[in-house]
Design a protein around this ligand. Structure first.
Ligand code: LLP
Length: 418
């Protein structure tokens, strides 16, 4: 009998035999090789639907614009588009992908602190629902891009920097005053007073805030929502009518097998706040990324060598920081389980798990107890690898990009192109 992992109904594990979406991990490894990302698309859709429901039950007009940077594999973004999800993108290629997946232009949002003229031109041409500017200069650049394309009436918002320091990893906090993100509140006010009457091709209709990622305190989102509403009221004196509030993404997940922050609290802090503050008429955009995809995916990797080094037992696997960067970049700790070690001797030996890249930081962490003794050829699975896993992979050390396989309705296939 297979046991379902707590809070992860799509993943089953029994003493070294792992199945995802009902398909044995080893059948996928034999067919596709390693390292291999395996994503349960049904699980992605389920999480999206949960988020959409929680937000929509607190506000009428909601766009859950999935953050493509968290996972941009076509199999994932296409499935989400089919369910009606919007898209948050940060580049020309992101605009193209969202459109190719069938996302309606009005449901596409483009963010990013340093968009190129090409990024902006792609967004302007596609007529995306919102271009969030991160400097006052950018608004003027968008004006001139519109002028050179002969286009008018583009919807622009400000990503506002409210100097909010969210509790998260320092590398994932974006809301501090001196961070490169967003425009200070008072600068937004000043710009609107001075420039709004002179803007010919763009209209300021949106306000956006994103204070960071992997945030578990709903109070952060509530503060952002309240400040966005306050600012929208202040901007009325400059003739600015805000019709769209964007609360960014950032809701955290648990990487240790727990439940993580509940979506209802996030929805209440964001969509609920706008309704309570009398802005039930506005559109609310949520740019969730991690929360929707994190637990959908496992990374399967094969043990190449096991060796002892100065009292440490190393399991050296074929996935490295080029495959999955989070542990090396943020010291992130993901659970690792044995996926094919059923016939191994039971053992509580602790392993440090390292990859093939010639960098000391190329490890998944230390002291992993998998319940079995590992040997060359075994396969282990890194859990909750669906957010910022494949999307941050690279060819560093001249290694090929990892493949991703999708499981849906009990069948597996390689990601279709979009
Ligand atoms: N909106 C904006 C403007 C963002 O910058 C981000 C993420 C999101 C939405 C989506 O945030 P999420 O819901 O996924 O937290 N590579 C890091 C995470 C970087 C997040 C970048 N911005 C990691 O692996 O933890």
């Amino acid at each position: 009998m297979l046991l379902t992992m707590q809070g992860r109904p799509h993943i089953e594990l029994e003493r070294g035999r792992l199945a995802i979406g009902g398909i044995p991990a080893m059948a996928l490894v034999e067919r596709y090789g390693t390292p291999l990302y395996v994503t349960d698309v049904d699980r992605v859709v389920e999480r999206y639907a949960e988020a959409k429901k929680a937000l929509s039950s607190r506000h009428e007009n909601v766009n859950v614009a999935f953050a493509y940077k968290a996972n941009s594999t076509p199999g994932v973004v296409r499935a989400l588009a089919r369910e009606g999800a919007g898209a948050t993108v940060v580049s020309e290629e992101g605009v193209r992908l969202a459109r190719a997946c069938g996302v309606r232009p009005r449901d596409v949002v483009i963010d990013g602190p340093s968009k190129s003229d090409e990024d902006l031109a792609a967004a302007v041409k596609a007529g995306v629902g919102m271009i969030n500017a991160e400097s006052v200069e950018e608004v003027l650049v968008i004006e001139s891009v519109c002028a050179s394309l002969g286009v008018r009436g583009r919807r622009v918002g400000f990503r506002v920097n409210f100097d909010i320091r969210a509790e998260t990893h320092a590398g994932l906090a974006t809301g501090g005053r001196s961070h490169k993100f967003g425009v200070a509140r008072e600068e937004v006010v000043r710009f609107c007073e001075e420039y709004v009457p002179r803007l010919e091709r763009v209209t300021i209709v949106g306000l956006h805030s994103h204070a960071g990622s992997q945030i578990s305190d709903p109070g952060v989102f509530r503060t952002e929502a309240e400040r966005l509403v306050e600012l929208s009221e202040e901007l009325r004196t400059s003739g600015v009518r805000i019709d769209e509030f964007n609360v960014g993404g950032g809701l955290g997940v648990s990487y240790d097998g727990g439940g993580g922050p509940p979506i209802g609290e996030y929805a209440d802090a964001t969509a609920g706040t706008f309704s309570r503050k009398g802005r039930g008429d506005a559109r609310v955009v949520s740019e969730l990324g991690r929360w929707i995809v994190a637990d959908s995916t496992v990374l399967l990797t094969r043990v190449n060598y096991v060796k002892e080094a100065g009292g440490t037992s190393w399991a050296l696997v074929d996935a490295g920081m080029n495959t999955f960067l989070r542990p090396a970049l943020y010291g992130a700790r993901h659970r690792v389980v044995a996926a094919h070690a059923a016939d191994r001797t039971e053992s509580d030996r602790a392993y440090d798990i390292g990859g093939p890249v010639c960098e000391t930081t190329d490890t998944f962490g230390s002291g992993f107890r998998l319940g079995v003794q590992l040997a060359r050829g075994d396969v282990v699975a890194v859990l909750d690898a669906g957010a910022y896993g494949s999307s941050m992979s690279s060819t560093y050390n001249m290694r090929p990009l990892p493949r991703t396989v999708f499981v849906a309705g009990g069948r597996a296939r390689v990601s279709p192109a979009c």
